[in-house]
Design a protein around this ligand. Structure first.
Ligand code: GLC
Length: 464
């Protein structure tokens, strides 16, 4: 598939000048074939081998791409996420595929580290993880809705509205216990940006559990490296380090030991961070929820509506006037975590900041020493001590983040910036010769796994 893609996408780049509309269609067709390969009937896996299950925000992005050519299948992608919803309202970040297979069709060992059944809140007939991911679902619901005529749109909204309300209620009830307006995340995987600089800086500087520090100092963590399955698919230097991966697994195991009882978890939680990307997406999602409720003449429950009202104001506290940048914040101490990442651009997507602040943020994008290399937007700024152009969320450019930023730029009227970012994103896929998981921001080379579903889906959306 990779060789095939390499060849075919190069053809696209060459034909570009001659006939841009047919080369556009060519790229769309290729993207659709990636999605078809990863289609499991009612849900789409992010990629063969490395990601054989269903992921929450992946499926949201995927459904947005699919909606342009098969609206019923796009709806199904969202509905299949809802089968994983816990009775307390949580949408889990992964729904396990009972029958995972590799590219050759061989059965993969289904290592179920989550054992969600330990929680009385988990669903009966599917196994899921015990944490969530950024709340992109309201955006996906709206995007699908916009393509439907009124009576169908109404029934679509009515069908999913209760689940969305339950999810947002859960986010406030469990993750904003002091009713301050922002929601906390307790595991790096909840941010979707697994090894993002602010979280990893916290981990390495003062959160590493004693036994992992011991493994680190003795070099024994290398033994764990031998058992990692992700590095069978992707070069080690493009993934999280052993230490970061060990810490992530050990936190998840602790949640499992506590049977996902949040009160017990939060008591000694390693991480409790009000993540900037997560809360930016949440603000936007709250607005979408209002739109959906209005259009089907539903009233958002008063307690939820009151909580939603606080969020935008609280969000402003994430702005640091000294650095002129937004940051994530420690839940307990309210200390801003001033390690910069692509999250700094997310307030554009949130849409709740002033035009003046939006201009400040756009300047970050224009700065070629920070977020403006040849193939923006890097997941860590070029001047970050953690920057590495090929390492996962510590440098590479990701298509989903670009898509969110393009949307934000447009809403603040930066149409030229939005167009330029859209063009460089498409060009990046052509340069790399495939729908890679992420891309080197300096030269556009593909990294991570190939034939990655949300890269394909969002290119379809950008081209449509
Ligand atoms: C990685 C990414 C995460 C994504 C998952 C499946 O863990 O960091 O954002 O959801 O892969 O694609």
């Amino acid at each position: 598939m990779k060789d095939d893609n390499d060849r075919r996408i190069k053809v696209t780049a060459e034909t570009d000048a001659a006939n841009s509309s047919s080369s556009k269609q060519y790229l769309i067709d290729l993207a659709q074939s990636v999605l078809k390969t990863n289609d499991k009937g009612s849900f789409t896996i992010p990629a063969q081998g490395l990601y054989p299950h269903q992921w929450l925000w992946d499926s949201c992005f995927i459904s947005i791409g699919i909606s342009h050519y098969d609206i019923e299948r796009a709806k199904l992608e969202i509905l299949s996420l809802l089968r994983g919803q816990w009775t307390n309202g949580m949408l889990p970040h992964v729904i396990l595929n009972p029958n995972p297979r590799d590219e050759q069709g061989h059965k993969l060992r289904n290592i179920n580290m989550w054992q969600s059944w330990r929680s009385p809140n988990s669903p009966e007939d599917v196994t899921t993880s015990g944490i969530t991911q950024p709340p992109m679902i309201a955006e996906a619901v709206i995007r699908i809705g916009q393509l439907l005529k009124w009576p169908e749109r109404r029934s679509w909204y009515k069908m999913v509205y209760p689940a969305l309300i339950n999810y947002h209620q859960w986010l406030y009830n469990e993750r904003d216990p002091h009713k301050e307006g922002l929601v906390m995340q307790i595991h790096p995987w909840e941010t979707g940006l697994d090894n993002t600089p602010p979280w990893m800086y916290e981990l390495h500087t003062h959160l590493l559990p004693g036994w992992i520090r011991f493994l680190k100092s003795t070099g024994l963590h290398r033994i764990f490296g031998l058992f990692r399955s992700d590095t069978r698919y992707v070069p080690r230097e493009q993934r999280e380090t052993n230490i970061e991966e060990l810490a992530s697994y050990s936190i998840a195991r602790r949640f499992r030991r506590k049977n996902y009882d949040f009160d017990k978890i939060i008591d000694h939680s390693l991480f409790a961070i009000e993540d900037l990307t997560f809360n930016s997406i949440f603000i936007r999602a709250n607005n979408h929820l209002r739109t959906i409720a209005n259009s089907i003449r539903e009233k958002i429950p008063p307690e939820l509506s009151e909580a939603m009202g606080k969020t935008e104001k609280a969000y402003d506290q994430l702005f640091d006037p000294y650095a002129s940048e937004y940051f994530s914040r420690d839940f307990v101490t309210h200390r801003l975590l001033k390690e910069s990442s692509v999250a700094a651009l997310m307030p554009l997507y949130a849409g709740s900041i002033s035009q003046e602040r939006a201009e400040t943020i756009v300047r970050l994008l224009e700065n070629e020493h920070r977020f403006g290399p040849a193939y923006p937007v890097p997941s860590a700024p070029l001047d970050s001590p953690l920057f590495n152009p090929k390492r996962y969320w510590q440098g590479p450019t990701w298509i989903n983040m670009n898509w969110l930023i393009i949307d934000g730029l447009r809403r603040y009227g930066f149409n030229d910036h939005a167009e330029a970012l859209k063009d460089s994103t498409i060009e990046m896929v052509e340069t790399a010769g495939g729908f890679f998981e992420y891309f080197d921001p300096l030269n556009g080379e593909g990294a991570g796994t190939d034939n990655f579903s949300w890269s394909a889906a969002l290119i379809i959306d950008l081209l449509s």
